[in-house]
Design a protein around this ligand. Sequence first.
Ligand SMILES: [Zn+2]
Length: 114
Amino acid sequence: MHEFSIVQSLLALIEEHAHEREAKKVTKVVLRIGVLSGVEAHLLKVAFDTFKEGTVAQEAELVIKQEKLKVFCKDCNETFEKDELNALCPKCGSLNTEIVGGEDLLLESLEMEC
Ligand SMILES: [Zn+2]
């Protein structure tokens, strides 16, 4: 499953951060997931709960923030958030647009105890 490998690299990253700050444990992990990233939030949670055992993050709460698709229209010179998954400008209908958000999976923040 795609989500399993994401969580494995995520946990490696978390361990690294915790080690750098000499944290004893991680209490909260906040992730931002774009709608276009292809990641299922609930599968990611399941994977996280499976793999966090025995790591510095085993008591951590996982918070997932979903990020909407963001499109910048070069005709309107504006950025829009959209619910539909296409790159059409919701204002003028132009396809002269650029996707500027909603594609990534980011580790937004970590809370830890030292
Ligand atoms: Zn437009």
